[in-house]
Design a protein around this ligand. Structure first.
Ligand code: BT5
Length: 333
């Protein structure tokens, strides 16, 4: 951990009681003057840290902007995801950055956030709207011990982890739409883009891209998204602390990662199915040139969707766009 991350972690742990400069300097092994200089620097970027002769330093407020040290300071000893965090003010696409880092041999678990993406990507070349400082647009480099056929597990496991975190920490009714969307009240809150590089029988690396609408107001969305997208702020009717959300999500993803790769993926799949609004619906899936219609019955061991066709045959699809037709309702994409 960097000195700034250690200072912020110590201030958060101390809370109202505060922590003396001498104590900080002893714990971190740097001079009091160095501590003072770092605290002064943190203040200039918006951390409200007050000093008093009795209580020492106390943290009263953190800015609602992303700083790698701030997010790091909130994580409890990350083993894989989040050991290394980078924040960019602007980039084309965080998935592209991760892809480049992967090729340069970066270690698994590095996380890249961008406050703004100028060419955010959805699947199949679609655009992902990523306005500045209003969302979480980030990607993670993974080198999972999975075969290419099992890669569908990643989207299942991580969408489950995100939905569970949003439900637990923000009390929203997050639901999963197979294969990669999280919806709240029928509107899209989060999209996941899993891009991988693989050999025939092994995965080299995966860029897991996650986009979450956080402090976007309804009018901030382009007109074509207004009726289909939502944000945490719209759902909770309050501004959301993005660094805190980032840390909660990274902890959730970190906890999910070993479960995805081991025998407990069975339990993950069960949890996922409970939140998945696609199962049990009449669906039409568009995958490439093919269109498959029927009843979405379940997902198989590796994340494929099993669809029972009108003549009783079971078809397996591993990706595509799903349109559901609720009983008596209009089709929804
Ligand atoms: C996705 O694609 O949902 C995957 C989105 C992944 C975005 C993250 S952000 C960090 C990382 N870096 C990237 O460049 N990408 C990843 P898909 O299922 O194809 O959905 C795309 C469709 O969602 C678009 O065609 C729009 O209809 C809609 N859309 C675009 N921006 C949106 C937004 N901010 N909120 C909700 N819906 C959006």
């Amino acid at each position: 951990m960097t000195t700034d991350a250690q200072i912020l972690a110590a201030l958060r742990e101390a809370g109202e009681n505060g922590i003396a400069g001498t104590e900080l300097s002893r714990r971190l092994g740097v001079s009091r003057a160095a501590i003072w200089a770092r605290i002064d620097e943190l203040r200039t970027v918006g951390f409200r840290i007050e000093a008093s002769p009795h209580a020492g330093y106390r943290l009263f407020e953190s800015p609602n902007r992303l700083f790698a040290d701030d997010i790091l300071s909130r994580l409890k000893q990350p083993r894989a995801i989040g050991r290394d965090i980078r924040v960019f003010r602007e980039t084309k696409s965080t998935n592209d950055l991760i892809e480049r880092m992967a090729r340069d041999g970066a270690e698994e678990g590095i996380v890249v956030f961008a406050e703004k993406q100028t060419a955010g990507k959805g699947r199949l070349g679609r655009v992902w709207e990523s306005p500045a400082e209003k969302g979480l647009w980030f990607s993670i480099l993974l080198r999972p011990k999975l075969r290419p056929l099992e890669a569908g597990r990643l989207t299942i496991g991580f969408s489950n982890a995100i939905a569970q975190t949003l439900r637990r920490e923000y009390q929203v009714d997050a639901r999963i739409k197979w294969p990669n969307d999280i919806f709240v009240n029928g509107r899209k809150l989060c999209g996941i883009l899993t891009e991988m590089s693989a050999e025939i029988d092994s995965l080299n690396h995966v860029a897991l891209g996650i986009g979450i609408n956080v402090n976007i107001d309804a009018n901030d969305f382009p007109p074509e998204l207004r009726s289909i997208a939502t944000s945490l702020k719209i759902e909770r009717r309050q501004e959301i602390d993005r660094p805190q959300l980032s840390a909660a999500l990274l902890q959730g993803l970190e906890a999910a990662y070993p479960r995805i790769q081991g025998p407990s993926f069975r339990d993950v799949r069960r949890e996922w199915a409970e939140l998945c609004e696609t199962i049990g619906q009449e669906v039409t899936v568009y995958c490439g040139q093919r269109t498959i219609s029927g009843s979405a019955e379940s997902i198989d061991e590796d994340g494929g969707l099993l669809i029972r066709g009108p003549y009783g045959a079971l078809e397996r699809v591993i990706g595509g766009d799903v349109t559901t037709k609720p009983q008596g309702g209009r089709a929804r994409t």
